[in-house]
Design a protein around this ligand. Structure first.
Ligand SMILES: Nc1ncnc2c1ncn2[C@@H]1O[C@H](COP(=O)(O)OP(=O)(O)O)[C@@H](O)[C@H]1O
Ligand SMILES: [Mg+2]
Length: 145
């Protein structure tokens, strides 16, 4: 199933993300595609907000950040992974991603997933971001069951 949204502001992107996150019943993998400044981290912040995480910052230099979740019946931890700086499958494996994406208590959000396309789990959401000018973003959500 595919759904497309048009966001005209940073706040609207966070709102779209919050509504999307409110429907998550358990942990899954969410892959965010798009150029720099397309809105991937903004969207992740909206998901974080829905899960009671107020201060979620880009993990670029740390590669992965994790946050405890206390307001969801199943999800206990949000993992935010930014693959921008990684170049080999071995490097991502070192973050125990297979264990994370097979655990319903863990929600994994990945920026720059296209770097490891072959390796990603089959069950996931692919979300594509496209900038149409300064403040408009097209957000396409595709669920792979
Ligand atoms: N509609 C919009 N949705 C999201 N971000 C927007 C929007 N319009 C402008 N922006 C700006 O674009 C940038 C998005 O940055 P960020 O979410 O960090 O992108 P990415 O993680 O894809 O590199 C921010 O500076 C934000 O203020
Ligand atoms: Mg980012």
């Amino acid at each position: 199933m595919e759904t497309t949204f048009i966001s005209t502001s940073y706040e609207e992107t966070r709102e779209i993300a919050k509504k999307f996150a409110d429907k998550l019943e358990k942990g899954t993998t969410i892959c965010l595609y798009g150029e720099l400044a397309a809105g991937k981290t903004t969207f992740t912040q909206g998901i974080g907000q829905a899960l009671g995480i107020d201060r979620l910052v880009s993990p670029t230099f740390l590669i992965m950040r994790q946050y405890p979740v206390t307001n969801h019946p199943v999800i206990k931890t949000l993992f935010h992974l930014d693959l921008y700086r990684l170049n080999s499958i071995e490097d991502i494996k070192a973050f125990d991603v297979e264990e994370i994406w097979s655990d319903p208590e863990s929600l994994l959000i990945i920026e720059w997933p296209e770097k490891f396309k072959e390796y990603l789990p089959k069950t996931r959401y692919d979300i594509f971001f496209k900038a149409n000018g300064e403040n408009e973003r097209e957000i396409k959500i595709h669920e792979h069951k």
